[in-house]
Ligand binder design. Structure first.
Ligand SMILES: Cc1cc2nc3c(=O)[nH]c(=O)nc-3n(C[C@H](O)[C@H](O)[C@H](O)COP(=O)(O)O)c2cc1C
Length: 249
């Protein structure tokens, strides 16, 4: 990913370091290794037609399924980049996800796993004026913003325009005028949180004009906390199907 036009010096955006490394460069569209599919989407130009999915995980216990969610997307032709919030990292070993990327997973996927990004990445990439701003680059790159699971906390921040981490900054900078850029959320929370009036109020404020967020409803079952009711994240395959459609035969 690279910056748009301008006189600022060329800088590479880096993702989370691989286990045992300090940083990993994402190929720049201006570098010799450039590949057209990693160039950011400018507001007018889409260089490659396959979807570029920014798959985000928040501090819900359903983030333990992160690898399954990523794998479900990779079964389809798409590029996938991943964001973990700080709370999400309590539920998944980010190094394990990085290894999954290195192995390009076991399912002979049709998709390409591009990189993993966190709040640490954002600040590692930006040290001084002229450096890349990760949330802006990811916002330009992505055609689909998918938050699965969506926590009650991030939902409430989205509904109120708060932007205090990488994920909510991408959301706050999202280009709602571009109809090709889609946002999907799969809420997952304890059934008491789900039934709280704030949940319906916040979800209602995200659907319809101008945000047009598509909600992938949670399922009813016995949750990780032992309570039974609505609040479990939809199945990974259900989420990938809603966003990208069926797997090609
Ligand atoms: C064990 C545990 C499980 C949790 N599960 C959920 C959950 O499923 N859904 C949710 O909305 N919050 C859940 N939370 C609370 C969130 O982690 C907390 O609100 C956090 O601040 C969310 O941060 P984020 O939205 O930035 O990811 C859980 C907390 C703990 C300690």
């Amino acid at each position: 990913m690279t910056r748009g036009k301008g006189k600022r010096k060329a800088v590479e955006l880096t993702e989370e370091p691989k286990p045992g490394e300090t940083s990993t460069e994402i190929p720049s569209s201006k570098s010799k290794k450039a590949k057209p599919d990693v160039a950011p989407e400018t507001d007018k130009v889409v260089k490659k037609k396959i979807p570029r999915v920014l798959l985000c995980f928040t501090g819900s216990v359903a983030t333990i399924k992160a690898k399954h969610v990523i794998a479900a997307f990779l079964k389809r032709p798409c590029d996938v980049s991943v964001i973990f919030t700080n709370a999400a990292k309590k539920f998944i070993d980010v190094d394990e996800v990085m290894r999954m990327k290195e192995e390009n997973f076991t399912l002979k996927p049709n998709g390409v796993f591009k990189g993993v990004f966190t709040d640490d990445t954002e600040w590692r990439n930006w040290k001084t004026i002229g450096d890349l701003v990760t949330h802006i680059e990811l916002r330009k790159w992505a055609t689909h913003l998918v938050i699965a699971p969506l926590s009650a906390n991030t939902l409430s921040k989205m509904a109120n325009g708060l932007c205090d981490n990488l994920l909510t900054c991408v959301w706050r900078a999202w280009d709602f005028d571009n109809q090709r850029k889609k946002v999907f959320v799969a809420p997952a929370m304890n059934t008491a949180m789900w039934k709280n009036p704030f949940t319906g109020k916040h979800l209602a404020s995200l659907t319809g004009f101008p945000f047009n967020v598509q909600i992938i409803d949670p399922a009813e079952k016995t949750l990780a906390c032992g309570d039974t009711g609505v609040g479990a994240m939809a199945e990974p395959e259900t989420i990938a199907f809603r966003v990208l459609g069926p797997v090609a035969e």
